[in-house]
Write a new protein. Structure first.
Length: 412
């Protein structure tokens, strides 16, 4: 191989690696995964769970309140639809306002227009008059607009609580922070509590996103370390995973000494209060079914832990990985071809055993080509560094480039 050809291959590999990294960034800003493997994600998440200490401190920055058992009926054009009891919710918000020791309140229940009750005006006025309270809203794809709410004034105190799916992957795995050029629940909490936000530069697929001048992603894979899939609420600390509004806070059951209500109010001091249905509002994820309010909170936690930032060192390692892979493709070098060349040199009778071993390695070599190595690197990154890299897009890119080189060189 001439020096000119080697230099040409290096330039091609360098440019292709830059293009691929840019493509992966743009694809990673989409709210749905490309080629993600639910089976592998579940397996590696179980490894992460094993690495966690059983004495790891619980998240003491939030309080979850379940309204799933506090149901009422609203008369709609479809008939009687189940909604959250707005009378008890209004009472609860008034009590929170009176104590005034909470940090932020997010209400993840249905406020869509048409789900009207006689208590709507009292509830809406209560929400509008309280500090640091907002509600969930949803996007209407057919109208290309947010769903109308029972009172349009609530739109000023609302954020999107949606996630995207595809026909190939209907489960939640990635959280989009800016949704329809507006704020998601996670991003609204991030702005209120961390005083930061995400800014979009550009339009559509080829957009860049920045947080405080630093490049970041607008969508992240959400790690689910705690399981809220069952009705079991016990924890090591003795506190419940979530409080049932009617039963625990205003009912007869107590946690610790004193009345249930006073204990709960003390527990709210300086914390984020998340109200929603933790029993029936369940969503398929890569790690069992999880409540919608919990997933929104995990989206905020991802931002709070700075997991959405693009890491320079991770990017550099990935660039080198891409570059070396492109060099292997342009020079038609693989693990299999290297082993085959070595085996051809070992042809003497005394070395048959070694030659046979190399034959076995040659047959197994395709298992260690670039798609498998990318997959392995990605999951090592997830398990040990809590950072995932895209596998599907680079694998397709490498396969297309490999195919083009085979055609150009008339390979079978």
């Amino acid at each position: 191989m001439t020096r000119a050809k080697r230099n040409r291959d290096r330039v091609i590999a360098f440019i292709a690696s830059i293009v691929l990294i840019c493509l992966v960034y743009f694809f990673n800003n989409q709210p749905f995964p490309f080629g993600g493997s639910t089976t592998f994600l579940t397996f590696f998440e179980s490894l992460i769970q094993l690495r966690k200490s059983s004495h790891e401190p619980e998240d003491d920055t939030r309080v979850f309140v379940n309204v799933g058992y506090d149901a009422d009926l609203a008369l709609t054009r479809h008939g009687k639809e189940k909604i959250t009891d707005r009378q008890i919710l209004t009472r609860f918000l008034k009590d929170l306002e009176g104590k005034n020791n909470y940090r932020q309140v997010f209400i993840d229940i249905r406020f869509e227009e048409g789900l009207n009750t006689e208590y709507d005006s009292l509830l809406v006025d209560q929400i509008l008059n309280m500090r640091d309270v907002f509600v969930a809203k949803h996007w209407n794809p057919s109208e290309q607009a947010p769903e109308p709410l029972i009172d349009e004034r609530l739109l000023n105190k609302s954020a999107y609580a949606d996630y995207a799916t595809t026909i190939f992957n209907t489960a939640f795995s990635r959280y989009e922070f800016l949704q329809h050029k507006d704020t998601s629940v996670a991003l609204k909490l991030y702005a209120a509590l961390d005083k930061r936000s995400i800014r979009q530069v550009g339009n559509g697929f080829f957009s860049l996103f920045f947080d405080g001048g630093r490049l970041c992603n607008n969508a992240s894979f959400i790690k689910i370390h705690d399981d809220y899939s069952s009705a079991e609420r016990g924890t090591l600390s003795g506190k419940p995973k979530y409080y049932n509004l009617g039963e625990d806070i205003y009912g007869v059951f107590q946690y610790g000494s004193g009345t249930a209500f006073s204990k709960f109010m003390d527990d709210c001091d300086g914390k984020i209060i998340i109200l929603g249905d933790f029993v029936f509002d369940m969503h398929d994820t890569y790690y069992k079914k999880q409540p919608g309010p919990y997933l929104n909170y995990l989206g905020y936690q991802s931002l709070h832990k700075k997991e959405h930032f693009v890491s320079f060192w991770t990017g550099l390692i990935v660039f080198v990985l891409y570059y070396l892979t492109f060099i292997m493709i342009t020079r038609r070098f693989t693990l299999g071809t290297a082993i085959a060349a070595l085996r051809r040199r070992i042809s003497k009778k005394p070395r048959r055993l070694l030659s046979g071993s190399l034959l076995v390695l040659e047959l197994l070599a395709p298992l260690f080509e670039y798609p498998a190595l990318l997959l392995l690197f990605s999951y090592i990154s997830v398990v040990f560094f809590d950072k995932g890299i895209s596998v599907f897009i680079p694998s397709v890119f490498f396969a297309l480039m490999d195919y083009c080189y085979k055609i150009a060189r008339h390979e079978n």
